[in-house]
Write a new protein. Structure first.
Length: 163
């Protein structure tokens, strides 16, 4: 990764960020103006942000929250769900980082991010459960799979009952 930065790339694609060194280097690259794409195996946007922060020693976490809040642009989470015809279809959670999200990251209030995603449809955000519900309404996935993969299965049950 460090050798890549010496070549002055405009865009950097990193596989999974698995360790402290990789995440530290990715944040530095983003901070110096590079567009960086990477993957992390998590269940949603808030968990992704927490995982990045938690990799660092507690003494560094405040600075990392500030740094991450300045460079992060978006988080897209994907979940593959079996379809009615035994294929797989992706459901997505999309977080677009705006000033409110930056403040939540900086202040360590990532637990509130899901609420911001739910109210951010006009900004292009979508919750995983809204994406799953859309797949159900389109007839692509069964009720059972919608409930099984939902973040909040009780709320999903209510939405399905009203549909």
């Amino acid at each position: 990764m460090k050798a890549t930065l010496r070549q002055a790339p405009d865009v950097i694609f990193v596989g999974e960020m698995r360790d402290y060194e990789t995440i530290k280097t990715v944040l530095s690259a983003a901070e110096t103006g590079h567009l960086v794409f990477s993957t992390l195996h998590t269940l949603g946007a808030a968990e992704t942000i927490d995982r990045i922060i938690d990799v660092f020693p507690s003494a560094q976490q405040h600075q990392i929250k500030v740094q991450l809040s300045m460079v992060l642009q978006a988080v897209v989470s994907q979940l593959l769900i079996p379809t009615i015809d035994n294929k797989l279809v992706p459901a997505f959670e999309i977080l677009i980082v705006n000033n409110a999200i930056r403040t939540q990251i900086r202040d360590g209030k990532t637990y509130q991010i899901d609420n911001y995603i739910a109210s951010g449809k006009q900004d292009g955000m979508i919750t995983m459960d809204d994406s799953i519900f859309s797949l159900y309404k389109e007839g692509k996935i069964s009720k059972e799979n919608a409930l099984l993969y939902a973040v909040n299965s009780e709320l999903m049950e209510k939405k399905i009952g009203k549909a």
